[in-house]
Design a protein. Structure first.
Length: 202
């Protein structure tokens, strides 16, 4: 026959349903990739903040340790353990504010025969100042939630009258989106002059 039926095409295009399914799969893949990127970024930022907090804790501990070790040292070379470390509230074992006294230099760089370094937390900052009127102080570390200090005697008991060491706990907090990151550090500083005084007395 001259006029036979036409042959079917060897291929055909995508139907509307197939296109919609492909588009939906593409959207899901892009969404999953975006979610993974955001989660990875948040983890990276959180790790950076934790590292910064740990570094701030180390700095504060090193700074305070250097200042506290010589507490009670007099210009004559003698030692005054009763007044080297002073609590803000003598009726409490645990202090949020305390004073270090010694001959030499305080935390502000003031030099004298009996200078004071007053440690406290104000406005979420660890501060160190003097006991002038009015007092001067400077911030050491930001994001500090609390400072706790306990003086210990030779038996390891709380004792602000005859301290040989000072146990300190610093707690830092920082907002990280919907959560709050918290890091804490506890360290004990031996009063160098108290240890020497104890050996000489013995």
């Amino acid at each position: 026959m001259i006029g036979g039926s036409s042959r079917p095409a060897s291929g055909r295009g995508f139907s509307l349903v197939e296109l919609l399914v492909a588009m939906a799969l593409g959207v899901l893949l892009v969404s999953a990739a975006g979610t993974l990127f955001v989660a990875t970024r948040q983890t990276s930022v959180e790790q950076e903040r934790i590292a910064e907090m740990n570094e701030n804790l180390r700095f504060a501990a090193d700074f305070m340790t250097r200042d506290i070790r010589a507490a009670g040292l007099l210009a004559s070379g003698a030692f005054d353990p009763a007044n080297g470390i002073e609590p803000a509230d003598p009726t409490e074992d645990e202090q949020g504010v305390f004073t270090v006294r010694k001959a030499g230099m305080n935390c502000l760089g003031d030099i004298g025969p009996w200078v004071a370094s007053v440690y406290s937390v104000q406005g979420n900052r660890l501060r160190c100042g003097n006991d002038d009127t009015p007092p001067q102080n400077q911030p050491l570390v930001s994001g500090v939630a609390s400072l706790r200090a306990v003086a210990l005697n030779a038996n390891g008991d709380p004792d602000w009258d005859q301290p040989v060491a000072l146990r300190i706990e610093l707690v830092l907090e920082r907002d990280a989106g919907a959560q709050v990151l918290t890091r804490a550090l506890e360290f004990t500083v031996s009063l160098r002059n108290a240890v020497l005084h104890g050996h000489q007395s013995g």
